[in-house]
Design a protein around this ligand. Sequence first.
Ligand SMILES: NC(=O)c1ccc[n+]([C@@H]2O[C@H](COP(=O)([O-])OP(=O)(O)OC[C@H]3O[C@@H](n4cnc5c(N)ncnc54)[C@H](OP(=O)(O)O)[C@@H]3O)[C@@H](O)[C@H]2O)c1
Length: 160
Amino acid sequence: MTAKVDRAQIKANLISNIYVINSFLDLVRNGKEKKIIFISSPSGDLEFTRVTGIANVVGYSASKAGMNVVMAKFASELAPEGIKTLSLSPGWVNTDAAKAVTGDPEIRKFMLSVFRKIDPTVDGPISVDESVTDQLQVVQNLTEADSGKFVTHRGNNNWF
Ligand SMILES: NC(=O)c1ccc[n+]([C@@H]2O[C@H](COP(=O)([O-])OP(=O)(O)OC[C@H]3O[C@@H](n4cnc5c(N)ncnc54)[C@H](OP(=O)(O)O)[C@@H]3O)[C@@H](O)[C@H]2O)c1
């Protein structure tokens, strides 16, 4: 592995998230919804990584993949208390972070070329409004049977 592993990503996206969830657990227990949602990424999906062939952002991807597994662990542990968890990919979304990357025409071209290996119709990031509306729908529809899964904002494995 020649790519640099960003330890800060592992700390922020994986280790710190476990502490955050444990810290908020009593509030979730006493809440009405009893749901814990982790905002994941296609980067944390094995098949997405394999098909797109994206070799960089190793720390980011590993942290998201690791947290997906941790969310499944939380789902098992907390099921007896009626608490459900979900790892949720927001899609390719036109946020500040995405704009900082896709603002460069060469990077945008590269991203489109690799993303089109997954979905030939993808044309660019979706709006924040569309992503959030879809994500909220998925969160609202979360059932006990689906607790611990990793799904996209479409509620399935459609990444875009
Ligand atoms: N945009 C996409 O296409 C896309 C695709 C897949 C997954 N995601 C996921 O969606 C989530 C939101 O991303 P975004 O696109 O909205 O990014 P963004 O515009 O950069 O927002 C990231 C947010 O995370 C906070 N943050 C960054 N580093 C942090 C740290 N070390 N500790 C605590 N907070 C930190 C930032 O806080 P400040 O504003 O205070 O800096 C900011 O509010 C992320 O988990 C990302 O992995 C996004």
